[in-house]
Structure formats: C-alpha cells, structure tokens
Design a protein around this ligand. Sequence first.
Ligand code: TAP
Length: 479
Amino acid sequence: MSQWEYAPAPESRDIANLKPTYRPFIGGEFVDGSGEPLQTINPATEEVLAEVGTASVSDVDNAVKAARKAYDRVWGPMPGTERAKYIFRIARLIQERARELAVLETLDNGKPIKESRDTDIPTAAAHFFYHAGWADKLEYAGLGPQPRPLGVAGQVIPWNFPLLMLAWKVAPALATGNTVVLKPAETTPLTALVFAEICQQADLPPGVVNIVPGAGDIGAAVVEHPDVDKVAFTGSTAVGKHIQRTLAGTRKRLTLELGGKAANIVFDDAPLDQAVEGIVNGIFFNQGHVCCAGSRLLVQESIAEELLDKLRARISTLRLGDPLDKNTDIGAINSAEQLAKIEDLVASGERDGAQRWSSPCTLPDKGFFFAPTVFSNVEQSMRIAREEIFGPVLSVLTFRTPDEAVAKANNTPYGLSAGVWTEKGSRILWMANRLRAGVVWANTFNRFDPTAPFGGYKESGFGREGGRTGLEAYLHVQG
Ligand code: TAP
C-alpha cells in the first residue's frame, strides 16, 4: 500500500500549456525531426508528459546551414542597437510567460515550483535583459575597438537548470552577433522548445536560434560539425574532456562548464544559524543537482557537534514531495539513472565507514525521490568526499586551522566554487586568495547574477559565463 501518492493538479498541464507533441526548431520553423521521437516524463510521477521529435545528424546539418545563412545575411551585419531590440523582446516575453515556463520546468525537471518561479525563470529573463544592454556597447567593453562575432555557436546544455542554462548560452551569443544551434538535455527538452516559440513571437529572424533535441550523439553532431565556429558546453567532466579531445587541432573556440565538489567552510566565529541556512541552501537547492553545490561541509572541529545538531534539526523540517506544491523544499531527482547514481555513491559512503543520517521524511511511492542525507566521519579518501554526487547528499569533514581548511578544500580535481563563513573580513580575503575556485562566496552561497562571471578552475572547465568577461567567449577581440 502506498504511503502517499499524488497526481499533479490537472490545471498544471493547462498552465504549462502542455502539448502532446513538441518538435525541433530549425530555420525559424518547427520541423519533423528525422530522429527517433523520445518521451519526456515527469520525474515526480513517472507519467509521460509529451512526445518530443528529435533531430538526426542531417537535421543538425540543416540547423547549422540555417544558422550560417542567418549569420551571414542578417544577424552578423545587423547593428547592435537593432539586435538589442530583439533580445529585450525575448526577455520581456519570458517574463510574460513566466508562470507557464515555471510550471513546465517543474513538470519536466522535478524541481520545486518555488525555485523555478523565484530563481530559474526570473534569472533567465535577467540574463536576456543584461545581455541586451551590451549589444550596442561592445566597442566600449574594453575588449578592443572592434570586437567581431565568431559566427555559428554550437551549444550543449544539461538538465539541471534547463531554461537558465539556455539563457546563459543564448543571451551572450546573440548579444555579440553570433547565431546558435542548441541541444537541450534529453530528459528536459520542453522549456527550450517553448523558448523557440518565444523566438518566433519576438520575430527573431529565422535561423538565428535553432533548437535540436536529441541524445548525446546529437550533442556530438553539433560539436563536431565543421561549420560551427564556437562550442559552448555545460555538463559532466567526462563528456567535457571528450569534447576537448575531439576539438583539438580544429579552429573552433571552446568553453567548458563542468562538474564540481565545492567546499563550504565554516569557522568557529561564524553566525551559526545563518551558516546552517547557507549549508542547507548550498546542498539541497535543486535537490543538489547543482554544479557549484556546497557538497563538502568543512567545519572547524570545536563547533562541529553543535553545528551538526543544528543542521540535522533544520533538515528535518524540509518538506519533500510534490514539486508543484509551493511549500515543497525538496522535489524529485531528475531521472531514474541519476537516482541510481546517488544511491550507488551513498552505499559506498556506508561501506567506507562514514556515518549516515537521513531526514526522517516519507518518500512518495512513485517518482524518483531521495531523502536529504548527511554523512559525518568522512575521510578525504572516500568516494563521497571526492566524487560529484549531484544529489541531496552532504559530506562533512572537520579542520582545525585555516591552513588545513584550505588544503582540504583544494584537495579535489574540481575548482568551481567555495563558501566561507566567518565574522572576520580579513580571513575571508585570506581564504579567497588561497581557494582554487572560480567563485568564492562569503557568508552566503549559491548567489547568481548575470553581471558576475561564473566558471571554473582545474577539471571544472575553462572560460567564464556572465559579466563582461563572458562576452569574450563569443568575440574575436581585435587590437
Ligand atoms: P552530461 O552527460 O555531460 O550531459 C550534458 C549534455 O551533453 C546533455 O545535453 C547530453 O545529452 C550531452 N552529451 C552527452 N554526450 C555527449 C557527447 N559525446 N557529445 C556532446 N554532447 C553530449 O551531463 P549531465 O549528466 O546532463 O549533467 C550533469 C553534469 O553537468 C554534472 O557533472 C554537473 O556538475 C555539470 N554541470 C555543470 C555546470 C557548470 S555551470 N559548470 C552546470 C550544470 C551542470 P543527453 O541529455 O542526451 O545525455
């Protein structure tokens, strides 16, 4: 007998304007892709949401041809002031359709509606607004007197922030005068295809944005297409390395945003209640499906017990369940495959002797869910301390001195983000100078803003997205 079950309210399908079928978007039209159609499911209920037509390798070729034509004839030569009008229009349309997009994102991805409503969709709109503002000011960006677009950008994105990752890729590409062929993740293609509708609504010239749903082979076809000038990839380090090898020796420009294993470091003088909120947000936001998640808590030994007690008490209050319920804190894991990966790593933590505590919440019978989990007594050599779990699982380690905190924080192949919690401003700067991470947050975590460049060190990738620095990835900078 099921402990509890729910079905999404029927009106959620109406609000999301859910259609039975979705199709690839090439040259300004929705087309019948010649790939094998896929079914996208709601990970919270395992029900089929829609059938999605996918692109084949020859569809990718058509998309690149459409993008090239649009670049040569329309978008490349267009003055920045004109490009800006289209991008502002897209930003406003995302705002106008925010409710529909938020519900659709939650249905397809499993994330809590309060996160898609308050973070994913508004931040996606903010990226278009911000980059629209750059379109006519590129020569004043300090990138040389005549920055020139690269041409056709091939972009491949993951499933954890489907529309937001699209915005991080498409907005700077369009602002700088490039055209785009984008492949969304196989498990979350829907908001990208609604974005295609928004491009039509905004009268964006055909071919400027092309969306080619499909599996990894279609991502590879985009990346490897000889007429693509720039590749922007966000996803796993393994696929990123493969792409880097594939592109070696080609003329293509490449940026990679890959995995992470961030340290969230709490000193004994930190405001503990505030730190507890930051730790919870750092690892449980979006079920921990966050490349910069604070998945390793490094806590100063003298306060470890007190902090852990407070943390477990706080985590016990998190509500897990229906992602469409506005009070839900923890939604569904995006796929059965990802759930299996989390379970495997958690089992390894138990086998390795770490102490597991999971929130006493009840899991629904259907759908892919995992209770928020904290491991203490974690050694640096354990898999749960080294590998990216990409789920709601926190590994806790302790330290005595700031030097030890830095050494442990940097003891990872990754280098995307870190957090420091302390009252001392001088210590924040001391730590920030020593942590090998692209972003260091102080007394906060998971803060995103289109004006701030985001990206990694080491195996977390290279290149930056956002801010003025992010524009460089899409421009030939001439002296
Ligand atoms: P991946 O398996 O790497 O998938 C990412 C995208 O690449 C998907 O669209 C995927 O298609 C496609 N892909 C798969 N194989 C490919 C290939 N050989 N050539 C080209 N494209 C290919 O990662 P994931 O599991 O979706 O995402 C989780 C990972 O992304 C985590 O490691 C996370 O840290 C990282 N991530 C990083 C960031 C930043 S900003 N650094 C942000 C979000 C996520 P399918 O959907 O069909 O598999």
